[in-house]
Structures are given as structure tokens and as C-alpha cells.
Design a protein around this ligand. Structure first.
Ligand code: GDP
Ligand code: FE
Ligand code: FE
Length: 202
């Protein structure tokens, strides 16, 4: 197993790093697990740069795609009817973080709000994101395996400031989704308006 660092996730979870990694690895393809480890590396580097809690950044990154390959039935079990109505039409891409946070709480025994909220909003972003959440949002976008057009600009902006990085990712994501005629989740639009234009409607 690739242990790239020895950051101990305890007591944010009762599990040692070794056990936690095994549990996460068991949930996904090796391809995705490698992505998770690269996101952790990117998150640690950002956390060190911005003097944010490295242990929380590491843990949030390790769990962020925990539910990405879980069947819809597992997810529906932990969703309220309101959540189903809002989230299911957008598919796995949207719910794997939002609902995955509930599975991580239950199965990985993580209770830290900052870590869980970072996971919850890692795909869509949110009007209100802690520094840990901002770091995960950016780490997932700029991890060393990402090769999309503009990733170098994204990496540079992420190190200008977290705010500039988040603004850029939201702007590019909204534009990208619209260019592909994809639906845009309400939280993503709210986050885009708030972070880029300081417009908060509620
Ligand atoms: P991953 O889990 O590491 O692949 O990355 P993410 O969790 O950030 O994103 C998963 C996918 O969701 C990506 O392909 C995004 O383009 C897509 N996505 C992000 N926001 C939205 C949205 O508002 N609407 C839709 N339809 N897709 C989105
Ligand atoms: Fe994800
Ligand atoms: Fe990811």
C-alpha cells in the first residue's frame, strides 16, 4: 500500500491510518484510490501553505470519494425524501459527496463537522466553506493527475489565495457544464454567485 505520509487520522476517526486506507481502498477501483491519494497529497500541500489543520485536510481528502462507487440503493437508504427529490435527478456525480458524508460518519466514525462538510461539498462547492472545505475543493481539482485545459492556471490561482482558487474553479465549472448543456446543481450556482459576485440571495 502506498503510504505517502504518516499523518495519524486519530482521534478524528478511531481507525489507524493503515486500517482507514484499507477501508477506503475496499470501496473503489485502484484507479480511483490512486486519485484519492493524490488529492490527499495536494490537500496536505495546500494546508501547509495556508497554515490550515493538516490532519483535517488529509482526512477530508482520504474520504472525499468514499461513496463514488457505491450503488444507488445504499445511498437512498440514508437519504430523506427531500434529499431524494433534490439530489437524485442530478445523479451520482452530485450525491456521492453529499450523501457519502453520512456513510463516512456511520462507517468510518468521523464526527468532525469541518471534515464532513468538506466532503459533503467537494463536488458542488458551497456559499459557506471552511478553509478545510476550500482546500479539498481545490485539491480535487488540481491534484497531480489532472490534465484538463487550464489546470496549470488553476494550480497557480490555488496558491495565490484560497479565495482566488475557489472563484476560478466555480467559474470554470459553471462554464464547462453549461457548454456541455449539463444541468447545474443549485448549490453550485449559489456558490458561483456568492464567491465571484458577492451575491447571496438567502
Ligand atoms: P471526482 O469525484 O474526483 O470525479 O470529482 P468531483 O466530485 O469534483 O466531480 C464529479 C463530476 O461532477 C465531475 O465530472 C464534474 O464535472 C461534475 N459536476 C460538478 N458539479 C456539477 C453540477 O453542478 N452539475 C452536474 N451535472 N455535474 C457536476
Ligand atoms: Fe468526487
Ligand atoms: Fe475526487
Amino acid at each position: 500500500m502506498d503510504i505517502m505520509n504518516n499523518i495519524d487520522p486519530r482521534p478524528l476517526t478511531p481507525y489507524t491510518r493503515d486500517v482507514l486506507l484499507k477501508k477506503i481502498k475496499a470501496q473503489m477501483s485502484s484507479h480511483r484510490f490512486e486519485h484519492v491519494l493524490r488529492v490527499e497529497q495536494a490537500a496536505i500541500e495546500l494546508a501547509q501553505h495556508y497554515e490550515v489543520n493538516v490532519q483535517k485536510a488529509s482526512l477530508a481528502a482520504l474520504i472525499h470519494d468514499y461513496a463514488k462507487e457505491r450503488p444507488q440503493s445504499d445511498i437512498e437508504d440514508v437519504m430523506t425524501p427531500e434529499e431524494k427529490a433534490l439530489i437524485l435527478p442530478f445523479g451520482n456525480n452530485i450525491w456521492h459527496g453529499m450523501i457519502g458524508a453520512k456513510l463516512a460518519q456511520k462507517e468510518l466514525e468521523i464526527q468532525d463537522t469541518e471534515v464532513l462538510e468538506a466532503m459533503k461539498y467537494h463536488t458542488t462547492g458551497h456559499v459557506h466553506m471552511s478553509k478545510v472545505a476550500q482546500i479539498l475543493f481545490l485539491a480535487d481539482y488540481i491534484e497531480s493527475g489532472r490534465t484538463f485545459d487550464g489546470v496549470e492556471v488553476a494550480r497557480k490561482k490555488a496558491y495565490e489565495s484560497l479565495e482566488v482558487g475557489v472563484q476560478f474553479k466555480l467559474q470554470r465549472s459553471v462554464a464547462f457544464l453549461a457548454s456541455k448543456n449539463q444541468p447545474i446543481f443549485p448549490l453550485t450556482l449559489e456558490a458561483y454567485n456568492a464567491w465571484n459576485h458577492h451575491i447571496i440571495l438567502k
